[in-house]
Design a protein around this ligand. Structure first.
Ligand code: HEC
Length: 101
């Protein structure tokens, strides 16, 4: 019993110490989840084109707000329930840099 407790504590510490950002996972999230509306290459679909040249009127902060809060009265949903602030910042940078094909 005491060993189990120690294991649980260890597991908890390991999880807390892990980096919260996983670029591979986040890139997949952007292409699949955002891509389901914005197109798999983010060129637009149900949602508009969100490649760097079309979102250059946003700065990283503004983009992060759009990602976390969505755009009210449109199909663009708020992602706050699914993403942390850091993840949203990562995605904003990612979109502005345009590492997508
Ligand atoms: C359910 C469909 C849907 C999903 C999923 C979705 N969006 Fe959107 N998004 C939209 C729509 C529709 C708009 C346009 C809203 C409007 O009319 O202004 C939009 C607008 C945007 C804009 C503003 C574009 C501009 O030029 O003003 C950004 C940036 C954006 N989305 C990023 C994202 C990101 C990043 C994700 C994934 C975390 C995402 N969207 C997921 C539907 C979606």
């Amino acid at each position: 019993m005491r060993n189990l407790l120690a294991l649980l504590l260890l597991a908890g510490t390991a999880a807390a110490g892990e980096p919260t950002l996983d670029p591979v996972k986040l890139e997949r999230f952007v292409l699949q989840d955002c891509g389901s509306c914005h197109g798999l290459t983010l060129k637009g679909g149900l949602g508009p084109d969100i490649r760097p040249e079309t979102i250059e009127h946003y700065d990283a902060e503004g983009l992060k707000t759009v990602i976390l809060d969505g755009i009210p009265d449109t199909a663009m949903p708020p992602w706050r329930p699914l993403l942390t602030e850091d993840e949203a910042t990562w995605i904003a940078d990612y979109l502005l840099k345009g590492k997508t094909p």
